[in-house]
Design a binder for this molecule. Structure first.
Ligand SMILES: [Fe+2]
Length: 229
């Protein structure tokens, strides 16, 4: 039922002798939108200064792929807000699916870009948590990189997460923006979609993964670990 239909229903109700207050209660407000929460975050580092990753590629990734996800998130939210309450479930479901793709793409890209810029060094809390979870830091790094490599030629993400259920860090393989391990906090996110490396590295995904590690902003990663109790 569209908003004007509800208005008509309200008028009819009034005509039947109900009070204005009762009639007003039958008119639902449109679903709220919050475009102010769907704004694009700027890069937090100088894109000219990355080691082995070109300014052209990182800016294109940010301004096209990430910015596109933000714009889609906003457009989908507006579409859902404008839906009639009698919309078919499959129509709503399709939009809700697209909303999850777009919102997750926005959020995951922010985890990725925010931890670039090559600053600081791994601090003791992260180091000891990695050692508890993977035995050694190099075993964690080896598994993280190999998981990333398994996605080369396709698409996806690799995450280092802290999971509340298993109370430790884990490397998580993700085929797309919608795969993840529930009850996890992202510590490090590596974009393995081809758009994130093909311009500079072609099919050389290993070269991209190594370059990503050279450009990690450990200050940001340490802060993410620090926020975990
Ligand atoms: Fe991406």
């Amino acid at each position: 039922m569209q908003r004007r239909d509800f208005m008509a229903l309200g008028a009819a109700t009034l005509a039947n002798g109900l009070t204005a207050a009762t009639a007003a209660d039958t008119v639902p407000e449109p679903r709220a939108t919050h475009p102010e929460t769907l704004t694009q975050k700027p890069l937090t580092f100088n894109p000219k200064k990355l080691d082995g990753i070109s300014e052209k590629m990182i800016v294109s990734h940010h301004d096209n792929n990430y910015a596109g996800a933000v714009k889609r998130s906003k457009a989908i939210e507006e579409k859902i807000a404008a839906l009639s309450s009698s919309v078919n479930p499959f129509e709503l479901g399709a939009l809700k699916r697209e909303q999850m793709v777009a919102l997750n793409s926005m959020i995951l890209h922010e985890y990725y870009f925010d931890a670039l810029g090559a600053a600081g060094a791994m601090e003791s809390k992260l180091k000891s948590m990695l050692e508890f979870s993977f035995r050694t830091v190099s075993e964690w790094e080896n598994e993280f990189k190999k998981t990333a490599l398994s996605l080369s030629g396709g698409s996806g993400w690799v995450f280092l997460v802290y999971n509340e259920r298993i109370k430790r860090l884990e490397n998580v393989w993700s085929w797309d923006h919608m795969h993840g391990l529930w009850d996890s906090k992202i510590i490090l996110a590596l974009d393995m979609y081809e758009h994130s490396y093909q311009m500079d590295f072609g099919a050389n995904a290993k070269g991209y993964i190594d370059a990503f590690f050279k450009n990690i902003n450990w200050d940001v990663v340490n802060a993410r670990i620090g926020a975990i109790a």
